[in-house]
Ligand binder design. Structure first.
Ligand code: ADP
Length: 677
């Protein structure tokens, strides 16, 4: 055989041996046992019985000589070190320590191995050692020394338990604790732990930073006594009871800091349980919400201010409306009376304009109240079946004369489609119309203004659409969107019409929306504008509407008691009642009204609300309480310039049957009287 092939075979053999050794090592590593362990155990079977007993023990058992070198080790010990034994016997215990073992540990064990007899004969220590494969294993060792008469160590016996897995878990646990401690300490949350008596057992740094105490100052103290005022501490007791019952909770409370300042905290309280599930205390997670509380308090106070401002606005509106309504009743009343006297044609036209103007002003007054109600979200529509043409004609009459003076022509282009009764809120319609025609009049200096109403019948709904066209100054494109917002005006120079509040179009838009419609404008600066609005309306088919005044014949001969302190308004009432051939007695205060009622017998009382001595509501209450003994029930209609909904409710609550707002027209009065007779 050539030498080369022999050397090749040798090399292969060596490689195979190497491979076999690697497989063997791998096997031993995986099982933790020497690969010829069976052989080892078999050889040990031949040993003395006490050795066999020791080999059967689950713990590692070993002895060291006086120098600390291994003399004997049982099978379990060998398994822990993945060793066959021969390589270990004679090795110094300290040499088995894993590299980089803790120095304090090395010193402690080294010292104990050398110490004189009198000191402690036992040592319990957890030691990291290297097994045969260079892997670190943790052994928990229990060592005991024996000495001779001179005190020299003769033998050391040891028991070893492999705690590598335990150590690994502990290390993982420690790492995880460190991890969460890092998170907790960096969070904006202060953590406090207390026992079931609320005594502080742990205060985390962030909590200490919030309250300004150190943990030492807090430990063992009752949390509520340190942080709470007496009244809050009581509430805290209830929460502690919840925690002790195992319930979590989230609440806000004020906590007193060490420097006496208050801090608002949001607290999440969680019960802490021991390993048996018993509640042993609670953990509070605290978040400083002082800044948020401050914002909240400022917001609340701002809301209170707004509410107060709204209230005073309503009081102001009520007062203004009352102040204007009383004289307006006189204007409307007198012009109605004047209309019924002998006047020439020109005078008739003038009085007619005064009367219509009064009506429109009355409408505007109602609009001011509507604005207040729109803002409160209280305004609702009151649709009635009506012909709308007279309403359009009224508007033309009012603005026509005014515009004619400027040389602007105001016309109504009537296509006839609206010659049917429709269900519409008259007040909303006149308000929208007055605003749009009023604006057209204000912003048009020459040319014409045309009102074009029309009715479009649809499948789902019928829509009244009205265009108001003018040849005025127009509105620049950039301003078109905002003129419908409150207090907004275009930046066009004002024409002769003068100022304005910028409220009109916003009311128009809201009223149109309320009526299911909309409003929009097309305009060109210098050419003019067309405002178009729509209302969804009910077209009443085949219904005959009484478009004349009320039939007042039924009123003839009935007896009415009038209580009204305003002389002009009283005159208005007296004249109307005489016109309808009614009988009446007029007095000027509540007391006299009660007196007159006692003496006479009336079909109805017209009672002003605000009167000297005894007001209308008081007089009504007196009459109602005396009624069964004096007379049978007499209907009472309140007359008042107080026009808010609450005023009507108050009036009815005092015992009135109806309520008529000033200013009222003859028809409205006749209607109210008719209803109660
Ligand atoms: P006011 O007329 O009281 O200022 P409005 O809300 O009724 O308030 O109108 C807002 C603005 O819209 C007006 O100030 C005006 O600039 C513009 N405007 C309204 N109608 C017209 C119009 N017909 N022609 C030109 N500008 C108009």
């Amino acid at each position: 055989m050539p030498t080369s092939s022999i050397s090749e075979l040798k090399a292969r053999l060596a490689a195979l041996q190497e491979e076999w050794r690697e497989v063997n090592d791998q096997l031993e590593r995986e099982t933790g046992l020497p690969s010829d362990h069976g052989g080892l155990e078999a050889s040990r079977l031949e040993a003395a019985p006490e050795v066999r007993i020791l080999d059967n023990a689950a713990d590692g058992i070993f002895t060291l000589d006086g120098e600390g070198c291994l003399r004997y080790i049982n099978l379990a010990g060998l398994r822990m070190l993945a060793s066959k034994g021969e390589d270990l016997i004679g090795t110094q215990l300290m040499k088995m320590l894993a590299p980089r073992a803790n120095r304090r540990l090395i010193a402690e064990v080294g010292q104990w191995l050398k110490e004189p007899l009198e000191s402690k004969t036992f040592l319990m220590v957890d030691m990291p050692v290297m097994n045969r494969f260079g892997e670190k294993r943790w052994l928990s060792l229990h060592l005991q020394r024996e000495s001779d008469a001179e005190g020299n160590i003769t033998e050391i016996q040891g028991i070893a338990r492999d705690i590598t897995e335990q150590q690994r878990l502990q290390l993982a646990l420690r790492r995880s604790e460190e991890h969460y401690r890092g998170i907790i300490e960096n969070m904006e949350l202060g953590i406090l732990e207390v026992d079931n008596e609320e005594r502080i057992i742990r205060a985390f740094p962030k909590f200490c930073a919030i309250v300004g105490y150190s943990e030492e100052e807090l430990l063992g103290r009752k949390a509520s006594e340190v942080f709470m005022r007496a009244e809050d501490a009581l509430k805290m007791d209830a929460r502690t009871a919840d925690r002790n019952a195992g319930e979590s909770g989230l609440y806000e409370c004020v906590v007193r800091k060490k420097n006496g300042e208050d801090v608002w905290l949001l607290i999440s309280g969680i019960p802490i349980r021991d390993e048996h599930g018993e509640v042993v205390g609670s953990m509070g997670i605290h978040y400083d919400i002082s800044a948020r509380k401050k914002d909240e308090q400022e917001l609340e106070s701002a809301l209170r201010d707004v509410e107060a401002a709204r209230r005073s606005e309503r009081v102001f509106l009520a007062k203004m409306s009352h102040e204007i309504r009383t004289p307006m009743n006189a204007i409307i009343g007198m012009s109605h009376l004047l209309e019924a006297t002998h006047l020439n044609e020109e005078q008739q036209a003038f009085v007619g304009a005064i009367s219509k103007g009064g009506e429109l002003l009355k409408g505007l007054l109602d609009d001011i109240l509507d604005l207040a109600r729109l803002e409160d979200g209280q305004l609702s529509l009151n649709p009635r079946t009506t012909y709308v043409k007279p309403l359009f004609e009224g508007v033309v009459k009012v603005y026509g004369m005014m515009m004619a003076e400027k040389g602007v022509d105001l016309t109504l282009s009537w296509d006839g489609t609206l010659d049917v009764p429709i269900g519409v809120d008259r007040s909303a319609l006149s308000q929208v119309l007055l605003n749009l025609v009023g604006n057209a009049a204000k912003f048009t200096e020459k040319g014409r203004v045309v009102i074009r109403p029309t009715l479009r019948l649809g499948q789902d709904s019928d829509v009244m659409e009205v265009a108001v066209e003018d040849t005025g100054i127009g509105i620049p494109a950039h301003a078109i969107d905002r003129i419908f917002d409150r207090f907004q005006q275009s930046d066009q120079p004002k024409s002769g019409g003068g100022g304005g509040s910028g409220l009109g179009l916003s009311i128009v838009r809201e009223l149109c929306t309320l009526h299911g419609g909309r409003v929009f404008v097309e305009s060109e600066v210098g050419t003019g504008s067309v405002f178009t609005f729509s209302f969804v309306v009910d077209v009443v088919q085949g219904q005959h509407i009484e478009n004349k005044g009320l039939d007042v014949a039924a009123l003839k001969g009935r007896k009415v008691l009038i209580a009204e302190d305003n002389a002009v308004n009283a005159l208005y009432l007296c004249k109307l009642l005489s016109r309808w051939e009614m009988e009446y007695t007029a007095v000027e205060d509540g007391e006299k009204a009660v007196e007159a009622w006692k003496k006479g017998s009336y079909d109805l009382i017209l009672m002003d609300i605000q009167m000297p001595m005894c007001d209308g509501m008081e007089a009504t209450r007196i009459i109602r309480s005396a009624e069964s003994t004096v007379h049978s029930r007499t209907p009472i209609i309140g007359l008042s310039a107080f026009a808010f909904h609450e005023d009507v409710v108050d009036g009815l609550a005092s015992g009135m049957d109806g309520y008529l707002k000033k200013p009222y027209s003859p028809d409205e009065l006749a209607g109210a009287i008719n209803a109660w007779l």
